[in-house]
Design a protein around this ligand. Structure first.
Ligand code: SF4
Length: 366
């Protein structure tokens, strides 16, 4: 059986960014101890025992708001109860407040991969995004992180009106991180940016302009030797995120913390997303579903098309008893004629042109 991923959602940020819709609360640190205790109890109470663990991932929120000793307690609990990961123990961090001592503390806690929320390398753009760090903070945090970790990636946002994304890419390429994740700015309901857009105070970029930024990233990062191994992710050879590869490849994962999702074939369940309710609940699971064959087929296609290697046609046929190209003949023919998808060496995948309109392509299979 394939090794499983373990995810811990840390729902704390110093301040909610105006575009963010993630499960979190603005935090002064007062809930952190309770949270660590609750997550450790949730891990202990889990009825699942992975045959093998591929990765442990701290996402958020801002996991680097937890003290290294608090991260260490969760890592130790997960290792003891669920098993030590074969390689990757990753933590998302924001540039604010990262000192060498703190970073060494995380390394001592077992973290071996850092994902730095840089987002932009222009102070005006960072202010527009409501971020609490500056370009200088990001540069210093990256420098310090590289002194402690070999594997340091950065997260960037594109699609901000007026953004000079090429300049941010140039600056990031000078740093040469192991991994770059790109997130297109979205206007999720309930966020401050969505309200500003609705009041006419903010005008989202035209989709064509956003596609130009994405295309620029594909060109620059590709030329610099990064593999575009997933729609939003680029890695130097050997530095792909094992944890996220597990999601896209349909491997099981256990999620802990508020709003975290878990999946074992063919069942998915998810936790209460209200942080206080999560902390107080005897059982944090809020809901679950058995995946129908139709859902599994669609997920295999949605997730597979995110990867550069696409969907393995033989594996698809073996799992579902019918070939993808047969089952979706009209869609494949139409999208193929538009140059958006291709079949090569037994894999069905997006072309470069298809990656620019990936959501529209996958929607054709829904
Ligand atoms: S730092 Fe990240 S998780 Fe926290 S509010 Fe901003 S975008 Fe959301």
């Amino acid at each position: 059986m394939a090794p499983w991923g373990i995810y811990v959602h840390v729902p704390f940020c110093a301040k909610r960014c105006p575009y963010c819709h993630f499960v979190l609360v603005e935090s002064d640190g007062s809930l952190h101890e309770r949270f660590v205790g609750r997550v450790c109890r949730e891990i202990e109470d889990s009825p699942h025992r992975p045959p093998e663990v591929a990765s442990l991932y701290f996402g958020g929120g801002t996991p680097s708001m937890l003290e290294p000793a608090q991260v260490a307690r969760i890592v130790e609990k997960a290792w003891t109860v669920l098993g030590a990961p074969r390689g990757e123990v990753a933590l998302e961090a924001n540039p604010d407040g990262l000192t060498r001592e703190r970073l060494e503390g995380y390394r001592g806690a077992g973290i071996n991969r850092l994902s730095l929320g840089v987002q932009a390398l222009d102070d005006g753009e960072l202010r527009a995004l409501g971020r609490t760090h500056t370009t200088a903070d990001a540069r210093e945090a990256y420098r310090l992180s590289c002194g402690v970790f070999e594997d340091v990636g950065v997260d960037l946002i594109f699609g901000l009106p007026g953004q000079d994304f090429g300049r941010t890419l140039d600056r990031v390429l000078e740093w040469s991180p192991t991994h770059v994740s790109l997130y297109g700015l979205t206007y999720e309901p309930g966020t401050e940016f969505a309200r500003r857009r609705d009041r006419g105070e903010m005008k989202p970029l035209e989709p064509g302009h956003e596609a130009e930024m994405y295309s620029l990233a594909m060109d620059r990062l590709g030329a610099a030797g990064y593999r575009h191994y997933e729609l939003s992710n680029f890695a130097k050879p050997g530095f792909e995120s094992r944890h996220n590869l597990g999601y896209w490849d349909g491997r099981p994962y256990l999620g802990f913390g508020p709003g975290a999702h878990s999946y074992v074939p063919h069942r998915r369940w998810w936790n209460l997303s209200n942080v206080n309710r999560y902390l107080d609940a005897a059982d944090p699971v809020m809901g679950s579903e058995e995946l129908t064959e139709g859902q599994r087929v669609l997920e295999r296609i949605f997730l597979g098309l995110r990867r550069d290697v696409g969907v393995d046609l033989l594996a698809f046929q073996e799992e579902f008893g019918v070939g993808l190209l047969t089952r979706f003949r009209p869609q494949v023919a139409e999208l193929g004629a538009l140059g958006l998808v291709e079949v090569e060496e037994g894999r069905f995948r997006l072309t470069r042109k298809g990656r620019l309109v990936a959501d529209a392509v996958t929607a054709r299979f829904a």
